[in-house]
Design a protein. Structure first.
Length: 426
C-alpha cells in the first residue's frame, strides 16, 4: 500500500478500514466527507442556466447531458495520455481510489440517485476520467509538452475560460481528497503548485486572498470561497439595521463619506473613509456569485460572502453610484454599461438576507457619521468648490475679486465722506 495521507478536515469525517480488513488489523483512515449539493429550485429561481455547465461535466450530476458530450472524447484521450506518461493501468488507479476513499465516494454527492449507487464501479471510473481531465487542464502552461492533448486545446482556443468557469459550479465539483489522491498517481508536479494557483486565478475577479485552506477544503469551490471571504473585524451590535437605513454610494458621498480600495480584503469604515475590496465585474460575475452564495446557504455556517453581496447591492442603486465607485477604483466594470452592474447585483441579492448581521456595526457608524449637518455642509462645499484645481483657482479668484471690490467700495465711500468734511467751513 502506498504511503499517502488524506488531509484531516474540520468538518464531517468517517473512519473506515482499508482493503476490507478487520478494524483490529489495519490503521483507520479519517476521511472528510464533502457535500457536493444539488441546487434546489428555491435557490435557482429563474436562473437554471447559471448552475449548469456550458461545456464540460466534472461530476456525475451532469454526466451524459447531451450538450456536454463533445468533450467526452477529449477526456478519454487525456486519460490515455496521463496513464501512458506515468506508466499506470486504469484498473490499478480505480482499485486504489476505491480502497482508500470508498466512504467519501458513496457519501460526497447530494441526491446521487440509483443510477450511480447501484453501479459504483461506473461512478469511480467517471470520477477518475473527470479528475484526470481537470488536473491536466490546470497544469501550468510551461509544464505541458508540445504533444499534450490539453495544451493543444488551449492553443486551439477551445473556450478555455468557459471550461474553468464550469469547474467552479456547485453541482460540478470533485472532492479535493480524491483529486489529491489522483494527483499523487498521475501528475508529475507538486500538488500545491499544480492546483492552488488555478483555483485562485479563476476567482481573481473577486480579489481573493492567498489562503492556506487547501489542506482542509472540501472541493475547489469550497477552497475558493474560503479564501475570498471578506473578513469581519467589527463586533455586531444589538440594534437592527432596516433596509431603509441603507444609503447608496452617492448619498454617502453627499454626506461626506470618501471611498477607497481596501488593502486587506475587508469592508471597513474609519474617519469618514469607507474602504471596500476591489471588484472586477464581467459577464461571468453573476454566475460565480450565484454558485458561491448557493454553496454558503446550503452548507450552513458563516455567510460572509452573502452579506458582502447585499452590502454592495445596497451601495449601487443607480448608475451614478457605480460611476462613483469606478472613479474610486473599487469597481472595474468590464460590462461597459453601469446600469448592467446595478441590475447584476440587484438580481444576485434578490431575496437574500444577512441573518448573521455581519456589517451592522459598520452601518451604525456610517449612519452616525452621516447624521451630522456640519459634515453634509462640508461635503457640499468640497463637491462644489474643491473638485479640481481649476475649481479651487476659480474660488480663490472670486474671493480676491470680492475683497478687491469691497476694499474699492470702502475707499470710495471713505473718500466721499472725506471730501464732504473738507468742504465744510471751519
Amino acid at each position: 500500500m502506498m504511503n499517502f495521507t488524506i488531509p484531516l478536515s474540520h468538518l464531517n469525517a468517517e473512519f473506515l478500514p482499508l482493503d476490507g480488513a478487520p478494524h483490529s488489523e489495519v490503521p483507520l483512515l479519517r476521511v472528510p466527507i464533502p457535500r457536493i449539493y444539488r441546487v434546489p429550485s428555491s435557490i435557482r429561481k429563474d436562473s437554471d442556466k447559471e448552475y449548469e455547465p456550458k461545456l464540460v461535466s466534472f461530476s456525475p450530476h451532469h454526466f451524459g447531458n447531451p450538450h456536454l458530450r463533445a468533450y467526452e472524447a477529449h477526456k478519454c484521450r487525456v486519460l490515455v495520455h496521463c496513464l501512458t506518461r506515468q506508466k499506470k493501468l486504469l484498473r490499478d488507479i480505480e482499485a486504489e481510489v476505491w480502497a482508500t476513499l470508498n466512504v467519501l465516494i458513496m457519501s460526497c454527492y447530494d441526491k446521487l440517485g440509483e443510477r450511480w449507487l447501484n453501479y459504483l464501479e461506473d461512478l469511480v471510473r467517471v470520477m477518475v476520467i473527470d479528475g484526470c481531465f481537470l488536473l491536466e487542464l490546470v497544469r501550468p502552461v510551461f509544464a505541458h509538452p508540445s504533444d499534450d492533448p490539453v495544451y493543444s486545446l488551449r492553443i486551439e482556443g477551445y473556450n478555455f475560460i468557459d471550461i474553468l468557469d464550469d469547474m467552479m459550479l456547485l453541482e460540478n465539483q470533485l472532492p479535493l481528497p480524491f483529486l489529491r489522491l489522483l494527483h499523487y498517481h498521475l501528475m508529475p508536479t507538486r500538488w500545491e503548485m499544480h492546483v492552488g494557483w488555478i483555483f485562485q486565478s479563476i476567482y481573481s475577479d473577486f480579489n481573493p486572498t492567498q489562503s492556506e485552506a487547501l489542506e482542509v477544503a472540501l472541493h475547489p469551490l469550497d477552497y475558493v470561497t474560503s479564501s475570498m471571504k471578506i473578513i469581519r473585524n467589527k463586533t455586531m451590535l444589538p440594534s437592527f439595521i432596516s433596509k431603509g437605513n441603507w444609503k447608496s454610494a452617492i448619498e454617502l458621498s453627499n454626506a461626506g463619506v470618501d471611498f477607497q480600495i481596501s488593502n486587506n480584503n475587508q469592508i471597513e469604515f474609519n474617519n469618514g473613509i469607507l474602504r471596500l475590496p476591489l471588484m472586477v465585474v464581467n459577464y461571468r460575475t453573476k454566475r460565480k456569485l450565484l454558485n458561491a452564495i448557493a454553496y454558503e446557504q446550503l452548507r450552513g455556517g458563516d455567510t460572509m460572502l452573502t452579506a458582502s453581496v447585499i452590502f454592495m447591492a445596497n451601495l449601487m442603486k443607480t448608475p451614478e453610484d457605480v460611476n462613483l465607485l469606478c472613479s474610486a477604483g473599487i469597481i472595474l466594470n468590464n460590462l461597459g454599461n453601469h446600469q448592467e452592474v446595478v441590475d447584476l447585483y440587484s438580481d444576485t441579492s434578490y431575496r437574500l438576507m444577512d441573518f448573521g448581521r455581519h456589517h451592522e456595526a459598520i452601518l451604525c457608524e456610517i449612519n452616525e457619521y452621516c447624521g451630522t449637518k456640519w459634515r453634509r455642509f462640508r461635503a457640499h462645499l468640497k463637491r462644489t468648490y474643491f473638485r479640481s484645481p481649476w475649481d479651487m483657482l476659480s474660488l480663490v479668484y472670486a474671493v480676491i475679486i470680492f475683497l478687491f471690490t469691497v476694499s474699492q467700495t470702502f475707499y470710495t465711500i471713505a473718500a466721499y465722506y472725506s471730501s464732504i468734511n473738507d468742504s465744510r467751513p471751519k
